[in-house]
Design a protein around this ligand. Structure first.
Ligand SMILES: Cc1cc2nc3c(=O)[nH]c(=O)nc-3n(C[C@H](O)[C@H](O)[C@H](O)COP(=O)(O)OP(=O)(O)OC[C@H]3O[C@@H](n4cnc5c(N)ncnc54)[C@H](O)[C@@H]3O)c2cc1C
Length: 407
C-alpha cells in the first residue's frame, strides 16, 4: 500500500509541509477545521519567506520600509528597514492571512495534497500506524489511517494533547482591523509602529501594522498578563489617539502564542511544527516564517525516513533545527528578557535601536534569518551606546506616558 502522511492543520506550517511531502511524491492529507475565518495575525513576513518558498509578490499588501519604535515615555526611534548591505529589496511584507494561507493551501492542493474540512477529535499512534478520528461539518465522525502524522495545529495543538504532551505556556495577542480614511492611512503608507510600555504590553509589544485598506492595531500580553489584554488594547488605541479618528472597526480577533519551544518535537510516527512545537521567537512574536520553515524541514526528514518513522530516526529534524536556529532563538529570547524586562529597559531598548549597527544587524537577522557577528569596532560602539543609555535611564528615570497624561 502507498505510504500516506496526515497533516493536522492546513495553515502556514501545515500547507508548507504538505507541499514539501508532495514534492517527494508522498500521499498527503491535510485536515483543517477552519476554512472560512482567517488566523488572527499581524501578518508581518520577512523577504526570506518569499525567496525561500517561492511566493508571489501579489500576496503582499504593503512593503514596510520604516519602523517607528515608541518607548513607554514616548521617546521615538525611526528605523529604516535595511540590512548590513542595504538593497532596494529590503522590506517587511504585510499580508492578510486569509490571502496568504489561502494561497499556500491551494498550492499544496494543486501539487496533489488532499484537503479535508474537519476537526481532529481523536488520535492513536502505535507500531502499526496512525488512526485519526475527525468530525466533519455535519457533525459526523470519520476515521483516517496514515503512516505518520504532522501536528501543524497551532498553539493549542490537539495533536500534542492526544500524544499526551503538556500545554505550553501561552501569551495572548489581540488585534483590531480598522479601516481609516485615506488621509489618515497615508501616515502608515510604508511604516509599521511598535509601542513599548506596561500600559500597552507589559512584557511584549503593541503594534500598528498597515494593510492594503486598513490598519491592524494589536497588543501581545505574556502568560502573566492575559487577563489584562482587552484593557491593554484600549490603552493602545487611546495612545494612538487622533491618528485613528474617522476609523471604522471591521474585525476584532485574538489568539494564543506559545512562549516556549517544546523539549521534543518528534515521537514515533509523529512530528510537531510551528506553533504546535512552540517555535515562535520571543522578541517579535514572529511565527509565520518559523512555521513554514519547520513544516518544510519536518516534511523533508519524514520523506527520508517514512519506511521507519521512529522517534530515533525523525530526531534528525530536531537536530537540524536547533543546529541552524538554536543560537538565534537563544539570542532573541535573551533580548526579550533584557529589552522588555521593565520600563527602564524598554527605554534603553528604544535608544539602542538608534545605533546604526544595531538597526542593520537586527534587520539582517529578521529579513534574511542570518546572524553574522558584528565587527569588533561596531561591537564596542554598540556596547558603549548601551552602557550610556543604561546610565541615563537608571540615574534619571523617564516618566511613562500614562503618568505624564495624569499629571
Ligand atoms: C494576534 C497575533 C498576531 C501575530 N502577528 C504575527 C506577525 O505579524 N508575524 C508573524 O510571523 N507571526 C505572527 N503571529 C504568530 C503567527 O500567527 C503564528 O506563529 C503562525 O500562524 C503559526 O503557524 P502554524 O501553521 O504553526 O499554526 P496556525 O497558523 O495557528 O495554524 C494552525 C491550524 O490548525 C488548525 N487546527 C487547530 N485545531 C484543529 C483540529 N482539531 N482539527 C483540524 N485543524 C485544527 C487551525 O484551524 C489552524 O488553521 C501572530 C499571532 C497572533 C495571535
Amino acid at each position: 500500500m502507498a505510504q500516506r502522511v496526515l497533516i493536522v492543520g492546513a495553515s502556514v506550517g501545515g500547507a508548507t509541509a504538505a507541499t514539501t511531502l508532495r514534492a517527494a511524491g508522498i500521499e498527503t492529507i491535510m485536515l483543517e477545521k477552519e476554512l472560512v475565518k482567517a488566523k488572527p495575525c499581524g501578518g508581518a513576513v520577512p523577504p526570506a519567506a518569499f525567496r525561500e518558498f517561492d511566493l508571489p509578490q501579489q500576496l503582499i499588501d504593503r512593503k514596510v520600509k520604516n519602523c517607528l519604535i515608541v518607548s513607554p515615555s514616548g521617546q521615538e526611534t525611526h528605523v529604516p528597514v535595511a540590512g548590513t548591505v542595504p538593497t532596494s529589496d529590503d522590506y517587511v511584507a504585510m499580508v492578510r492571512r486569509e490571502v496568504f494561507d489561502g494561497f499556500l493551501r491551494q498550492r499544496a492542493q494543486e501539487r496533489g495534497a488532499t484537503l479535508i474540512h474537519g476537526s481532529l477529535v481523536g488520535l492513536q499512534v502505535n507500531g502499526a500506524g496512525v488512526e485519526a478520528r475527525y468530525r466533519d461539518q455535519q457533525g459526523r465522525e470519520h476515521m483516517l489511517f496514515a503512516d505518520a502524522v504532522i501536528g501543524a495545529d497551532g498553539a493549542y495543538s490537539p495533536t500534542a494533547k492526544f500524544l499526551g504532551l503538556p500545554a505550553l505556556p501561552r501569551a495572548v495577542a489581540i488585534q483590531e482591523r480598522i479601516v481609516l480614511p485615506p488621509e489618515r492611512m497615508a501616515r502608515w503608507a510604508d511604516t509599521a509602529d511598535l509601542y513599548l510600555g506596561y500600559e500597552v504590553s507589559p512584557d511584549l509589544y503593541a503594534w500598528a501594522f498597515p494593510k492594503r485598506d486598513h490598519i491592524a492595531v494589536g497588543i501581545g500580553a505574556g502568560p502573566g498578563h492575559t487577563q489584562a489584554a482587552k484593557q491593554l488594547l484600549v490603552n493602545l488605541k487611546q495612545r494612538l489617539g487622533p491618528a485613528l479618528d474617522g476609523g471604522q472597526l471591521v474585525l476584532r480577533e485574538a489568539h494564543a502564542l506559545p512562549m516556549e519551544p517544546r523539549r521534543h518535537m518528534v515521537f514515533d510516527r509523529a512530528m510537531l511544527v510551528g506553533d504546535a512545537a512552540g517555535l515562535v521567537v520571543h522578541t517579535s512574536g514572529e511565527g509565520i516564517y518559523w512555521a513554514m520553515k519547520s513544516g518544510e524541514m519536518a516534511a523533508q526528514t519524514l520523506a527520508e525516513y517514512l519506511d521507519a518513522p521512529t522517534a530515533k530516526n525523525l530526531r534528525q529534524y530536531e537536530r537540524r533545527w536547533w543546529k541552524q536556529y538554536g543560537t538565534m532563538y537563544q539570542f532573541l529570547r535573551f533580548l526579550q528578557w533584557w529589552g522588555y524586562g521593565n520600563e527602564r529597559q524598554m527605554e534603553v531598548f528604544t535608544e539602542m535601536c538608534r545605533n546604526h549597527d544595531v538597526q542593520r544587524l537586527t534587520f539582517d537577522s529578521y529579513m534574511h534569518k542570518t546572524m553574522a557577528p558584528a565587527p569588533w569596532l561596531a561591537q564596542m560602539k554598540m556596547t558603549g551606546d548601551i552602557l550610556l543609555s543604561e546610565a541615563r535611564n537608571y540615574l534619571w528615570r523617564r516618566k511613562p506616558v500614562r503618568e505624564l497624561a495624569l499629571a
